[in-house]
Design a protein around this ligand. Structure first.
Ligand SMILES: NC(=O)c1ccc[n+]([C@@H]2O[C@H](COP(=O)([O-])OP(=O)(O)OC[C@H]3O[C@@H](n4cnc5c(N)ncnc54)[C@H](O)[C@@H]3O)[C@@H](O)[C@H]2O)c1
Length: 479
């Protein structure tokens, strides 16, 4: 089979690295070599950042309407390449073709919405006399200005959408971008930049730097030419990054251990449906997957029965056949999930269904009677295993929910809206879903991780705000 070695993109051109080295990318499910990407050098990173700095000087002067046109073209080009990109996403990160296609469409929608939001954002003005001793003759004009060069680091699981969620707000608000895709996801990222190249974006504004995060990551993060970092990925990587970054704004969207809290008055059928799709779609490789269920013991058996039936209906196998539960991204991840299951079973959890493995494919696994001494009660599996923890009160559910190092989202299932709010008010998480699964979308809602789940916010408007700063110009009138 002919395997392509993809070039990296710098100053509007596709280039081979002077390192003469490439990183091999293997499909997580067929285990075939599907392509190679350049392992670029530190000198090339320096060059890419200088090109970005140079290009940004002109770009920030371009009118918002003109910037918008490039981004609209990008969204159109992406849709023109939808099938081609989706095919790569499927092969590279093992997502079903249907989900990969909808990721591309969702990305085009996100780019357009981001542009429209930016077009309708306005600054403000203030008069001095509202502060004691101030005067009407002082008028402050407050506008948002770009930060400079944004370093965009997305994770593997939504290689197109989570990259564009950084690139689009950065570009429309006048920044340049250094885009470091996840290694597994780099070809998808390159394809996405091909669409941007076709849209005619001025050269130098977006440069894609490929290489192992562990090798070039620190160099990028500590680079003096970077003015802001938008990172989505694991809590360990994000925490290390935050320690290394210089005094620049950071947005970190990290891991989660989202609980699904099921009260005894919940519609169990509906709750089970939401929990199953929340926990197992794309094999649980979603930051907002439901990663533990905290169920009132009086309805636990009933819920378990429905969950078991639903889990056993899930389709399992290759993403090429459109299955829901697919092989995990790599062997290390599958070993990790297997380790969490093994630890729970050793400590007395009950296996309801699952715990079968073929290479990177782990069958959907439901564990009952999970207790707080088990690793799976606290650690993020990023795989298809769902622990059920039985609780005796709302207070106990809240306590276990909050004892987690994470605080991304939580779901509460109950028919009593007052009770839902009483629980939601005490949950330490960025968002709480009442009677629905935990999820990132719709993309214009603010998306926030607290505690180990992150810092700062995404979501269309929040993304734009995070990539700009306020600048105040004060007019001192003489009359
Ligand atoms: N909260 C969110 O919005 C969100 C969304 C999706 C995924 N995630 C989280 O992402 C994780 C899974 O993704 P992953 O396995 O790609 O995460 P990861 O932390 O392994 O990698 C994320 C990115 O960081 C890069 N990287 C690695 N080392 C680096 C370093 N030293 N410096 C700079 N960059 C470095 C990687 O190449 C990749 O691009 C899960 O924990 C998941 O919860 C969070």
């Amino acid at each position: 089979m002919n395997v392509t070695t993809y070039k990296f993109y710098m100053n509007g051109e596709w280039k081979e690295s002077s390192s003469q080295q490439a990183i091999e990318i293997y499909s997580p499910y067929s285990l075939d070599l599907i392509g190679r990407v350049q392992a670029i050098t530190r000198e090339e990173i320096d060059e890419a950042i200088s090109f970005a700095q140079e290009a940004q000087k002109n770009w920030k002067e371009v009118s918002l309407q003109d910037r918008a046109q490039y981004l609209y073209k990008w969204a159109n080009e992406l849709m023109g390449m939808q099938d081609e990109i989706a095919e790569i996403v499927m092969k590279e990160v093992g997502k079903s073709l249907k989900d990969a296609k909808s990721e591309v469409a969702r990305t085009a929608d996100l780019i357009r919405y981001t542009v429209e939001e930016a077009l309708h954002m306005h600054g403000e003005s203030m008069k001095g006399d509202s502060f004691p001793g101030g005067s009407k003759s002082k008028v402050a004009m407050i506008e948002r200005v770009p930060l400079g060069v944004v370093l965009a680091i997305p994770p593997f699981n939504y290689p197109v959408n989570l990259a564009a969620a950084k690139l689009a707000p950065a570009l429309i608000s006048g920044n340049a971008v250094i885009f470091k895709p996840a290694t597994q996801g780099a070809i998808s990222g390159i394809k996405m930049i091909e669409a941007l190249h076709k849209a005619g974006l001025p050269k130098g504004l977006v440069n894609i730097v490929t290489g192992r995060g562990a090798v070039i990551g620190d160099y990028l993060v500590e680079h003096k030419g970077i003015n802001m970092i938008s990172f989505t990925g694991g809590t360990n990587t994000g925490t290390q990054l935050a320690k290394k970054a210089a005094m620049i704004p950071l947005v970190l969207e990290l891991g989660g251990k989202d609980p699904g809290i099921v009260c005894e008055d919940a519609d169990l059928q509906e709750a089970a449906k939401q929990i199953i799709s929340g926990a197992f779609s794309y094999s649980g490789q979603r930051c907002t997957a439901i990663k533990r269920v905290l169920v009132h013991e009086s309805v636990a058996n009933k819920l378990l029965k429905i969950l078991k039936e639903e889990v056993e209906k899930l389709s399992v196998g290759s993403p090429e056949e459109g299955n829901t539960v697919v092989p995990l991204i790599d062997t290390g991840s599958a070993d990790f999930v297997q380790g969490l299951i093994g630890d729970a079973l050793e400590k007395g959890a009950t296996l309801v269904t699952g715990n079968k493995r073929e290479d990177n494919l782990i069958h959907p696994t439901l564990l009952d009677h999970v207790t707080i001494d088990m690793r799976v009660a606290w650690e993020e599996p990023f795989g298809p295993v769902l622990p059920i923890i039985r609780v005796s009160s709302d207070e106990e559910a809240i306590r276990i929910a909050n004892e987690s190092e994470f605080g991304l989202q939580a779901s509460i299932f109950t028919k009593d809206i007052n009770r839902a709010f009483a629980i939601a008010n005490q949950i330490e998480a960025g968002s709480v879903q009442i009677n629905g699964r935990t999820e990132r979308g719709p993309d214009h809602f603010p998306f926030i991780g607290v505690k180990g789940s992150g810092m700062g916010a995404q979501g269309v408007r929040k993304g734009l705000e995070s990539m700009t700063r306020e600048k105040v110009t004060v007019l001192n009138l003489t009359k």
